[in-house]
Design a protein around this ligand. Structure first.
Ligand code: HEC
Ligand code: HEC
Length: 320
């Protein structure tokens, strides 16, 4: 009996040592650096390029929604507040804070090179070459639009604001070490994209700029991978007083949210803005969408294969 116990404790001891070595390894090596291709994209001072960047940042790209502490609430007073970061994202493995992306050289992106910024947007790698937690989905953005975005970022008022450090637990560190990696868009991003009202351009806006696809598609809760037909809705987002389920944007005659709308109705819906007070959809940013961009989106959604998926958009939390 004693002998048996001894063996068991020996085995347990060995396991404990292996686990500890693994944890120490994760602890010291989780910040893995990656090598990604150079984009060659450089900021420009051309006023048309900067204006395009401002439109993308404040409108379709909705950067304010995550890079301002209270999201897009203060978007209209825009440049006064600034994209000073610090919005909190609570994840199962830790708390991530969005960085300050104003032009401040100490606490913002003022000290980062154009290449660092372009690689963050295209490949989801941080300026120090570690992988970003994949909140952003601009990996398919064209060279000229990335150029526009970083050109505008260079013109923003620098605001000194040190953001809280992201805190991740040991499981999070293992995720960072073994799961997170740079993202490579498939198909490869285009060097140049010209806005127009075609459904091709709508597809670009929906997947590589506005991230309609990220919210309006069912996704796996653990991995975030797409788990349903694209744009058929069904993705759930909890807020303080209930749960939103994203509507189906495909043209299914019975369950499609916009199937009965004309292009003008779609445009008007975006001008109106949020109807639900706590909706996670960045309606304020999207209110600045040009009519032409909205038409492109509308034609694109209507060109999709209809998928039947009935959703209840908002379910109030039952108080107990
Ligand atoms: C859905 C939320 C979200 C949106 C929208 C968003 N970001 Fe981010 N961004 C984040 C978070 C969170 C991080 C930090 C992630 C991490 O620490 O791993 C980040 C990181 C970055 C970084 C990396 C900074 C560094 O240290 O290298 C840059 C640059 C950036 N964002 C720019 C932008 C721009 C430009 C836009 C709009 C075109 C944008 N972001 C839109 C959430 C968002
Ligand atoms: C952060 C998540 C998120 C993103 C990004 C997002 N949506 Fe939504 N969307 C929602 C949610 C949640 C709802 C349901 C609540 C509401 O109507 O605000 C919704 C509702 C809608 C509706 C239905 C409105 C109505 O009155 O019935 C349309 C149309 C729509 N989204 C289109 C889009 C388009 C186009 C994009 C990209 C440009 C987009 N969404 C990006 C979450 C998102």
């Amino acid at each position: 009996m004693k002998k048996k116990l001894k063996t068991v404790s020996k085995i347990l001891g060995a396991i404990a040592i292996i686990v500890s070595v693994f944890l120490i390894y994760v602890q010291i090596s989780y910040k893995k650096q990656f090598k990604v291709p150079a984009t060659g994209i450089r900021a420009s001072k051309d006023s048309a390029v900067v204006a395009r960047g401002k439109y993308l940042v404040m409108g379709p790209g909705h950067c304010w929604n995550c890079h301002a502490p209270d999201g897009e609430t203060n978007l209209q007073s825009g440049s006064k507040v600034g994209m000073i970061g610090g919005k909190e994202f609570k994840l199962p493995f830790g708390t991530v804070y969005s960085p300050n992306i104003t032009a401040d050289t100490v606490t913002g992106i003022g000290g980062f090179s154009d290449e660092m910024l372009a690689q963050a947007i295209r490949y989801s790698v941080r300026h120090d070459k570690t992988a970003l937690v994949p909140f952003m989905s601009y990996n398919g953005m064209s060279d000229n639009d990335i150029q526009a975005v970083i050109s505008y970022l260079r013109t923003t008022r620098p605001v000194r604001h040190k953001v809280k450090e992201t805190t991740i637990n040991i499981i999070g560190k293992a995720v960072v070490r073994f799961v997170l990696k740079p993202v490579f868009s498939e198909p490869a991003p285009k060097p140049f994209i010209q806005p127009d009202t075609t459904s091709e351009y709508g597809s670009y806006l929906a997947t590589s700029v506005g991230n309609c696809v990220g919210c309006h598609t069912q996704r796996d809760k653990n991995t975030g991978e797409f788990a349903g037909s694209k744009f058929a809705g069904g993705y759930q987002i909890s807020v303080s007083d209930g749960t939103f389920t994203t509507p189906n944007l495909t043209p299914d005659s019975a369950t499609g949210a916009i199937v009965k709308w004309k292009a003008a109705d779609f445009v008007q819906r975006f001008k109106t803005g949020a109807v639900y007070p706590r909706t996670p959809m960045p309606w304020k940013s999207f209110q600045t969408f040009t009519d032409n961009d909205l038409k492109a989106l509308y034609y694109y959604f209507n060109s999709l294969q209809p998928v039947s998926n009935k959703v209840t958009v908002f379910q109030q939390k039952v108080r107990d």
